[in-house]
Design a binder for this molecule. Sequence first.
Ligand code: DHE
Length: 542
Amino acid sequence: RPALWAASVAIPALFALAPVSASAQAGDPALAKEAKDASAKIYFERCAGCHGVLRKGATGKNLEPEATKKLGQARLEKILAFGTEGGMPNFEDILSKDEIKNLATYIQMTPDAPPEWGMKDMKNSWKLVIPPEKRPTRKMNTVNLDNVFSVTLRDSGEVALIDGDSKTIWNIVKTGYAVHISRLSASGRYVYVIGRDGKLDMIDLWMEKPEVVATIKTGLDARSVDTSKFKGFEDKYAIAGSYWPPQYVIMDGLTLEPLKIVSTRGNTIDGEYHPEPRVASIVSSPIKPEWVVNVKETGMIKLVDYTDINNLKETTIESAKFLHDGGWDASKRYFLVAANASDKVAVVDTRDGKLAALVTTKPKPHPGRGANFVHPKFGPVWATSHLGSDVITLIGTDPDKHPESAWKVVAELKNHGAGSLFVKTHPKSKNLWADAPLNPDQEVLESVTVFDIGNLDKGPEVINIAKMAGLPETKALKRVVHGEYNAAGDEIWFSIWAGKTDPSAIVVVDDKTRKMKAVIKDPKLITPTGKFNVLNTQHDIY
Ligand code: DHE
């Protein structure tokens, strides 16, 4: 399987920032300095996302010397070249034989800790490009902002802002490397974009052409961002979570000035100390002045109360290790987050500040933000698809009116394959969609499954979306990824994720007829992946 799941875009300078701490142990194999530095860079760019910078393991296995030395040089080289059944990608088509050999040696050496990134570094990196008082006082364009899509152009370090009404690119904005997600301000005016390199950019949609008005490097490796959304605190603060250093930072919501950094290092739910508990998903509660901050390796879910950030209150909820992505139930009281490598979904009751349930599922649930709909038999449910299984799991979410179904797997629908990343529906839609971009089979990764919510027994329709795009044949696979609805809820958009130099497209499907409605093509659409519709993202509609 190609190594797409691993970050395949250079995240520069992590190891160039400061000399890494020398921690070689007796008996470690050795590499010449140049080979070691090159391997450290490859490890960080391609492996750390799943295995951790300190190689403690998360979505991927523990790769500390104690484990890797047992496997030995030859076996490690084989695994790196050809991958494993367990989901480890193959690198033989991306890395040279020498790179694989050196990497196999490197991972038998004691891991070096990269530098920290504290308040001074953040302040030095912070640029207030246009201060709030110099920004427009009214909307300076005629674009229907509710229906703008912020589209990740993964391998070019940009986002495309696409006018969803005309389906044309409004602007392309330079952002961080291998951008991960976009989130909206409570007002719907600002788009916050976080890059894997920790760069956070704030884009003003009121400008004639939207541009970055503030930017900061929040860490050296990051995945998540949100703002304060509770009444009275709308956009007062922004928050970004890092993978490295393991911490989150609270910033001024309108300028991104860093205000407070909180480490997430600590003990796991098993009581063992972990030096690298990375911040995975973050979401802002609409019912309390709180963020839900999911700490991957410890399995701790933090409810961070932002009413008084100098005397910060954190409620720490124990759940399951390897927390990753998740979304609200329809009532927005419960947050459901996948502990993917534990095969569990944790349910947090944000009103009472407690774990409501820990639901065991088929392997590796991966919901994105999930999908909410009313099941004809079980009432309100939340859905997730899976990386490790060809099912779409439905979990009951209504303990008041459907207590017998609440927090139980009430159904497992058949997806067209494993290797799925995202499910999606919309309150106005009767369809439930799921992709499978990491499946090894070409027909499967090009296709999506769609169920009629009112008649799930009828079984799914499987539609090849990549073929609809009419792109020329190239060597790269055309992975169909991440469905996202328009503001009206009558179109669903899918990205074609191919190679950096391959032509790509976004396919717009009419939700009712399930037929192609438009194809957005442009040479500037380089590796489109995640898409974030302004209205749906602003109000957590999914
Ligand atoms: Fe993601 C969400 C982490 C690889 C596309 N991804 C998330 C979130 C986390 C995360 C923690 C939740 C953010 C939130 O809600 O606050 N992703 C990681 C990884 O650690 C991982 C496995 C490896 C890596 O090195 O980054 C990884 N992710 C990918 C990809 O390869 C994807 C498919 C393509 C890409 O653009 O990089 C990808 N991730 C996404 C998308 C979301 C996301 C589109 C947001 C989904 C949504 O609908 O909200």
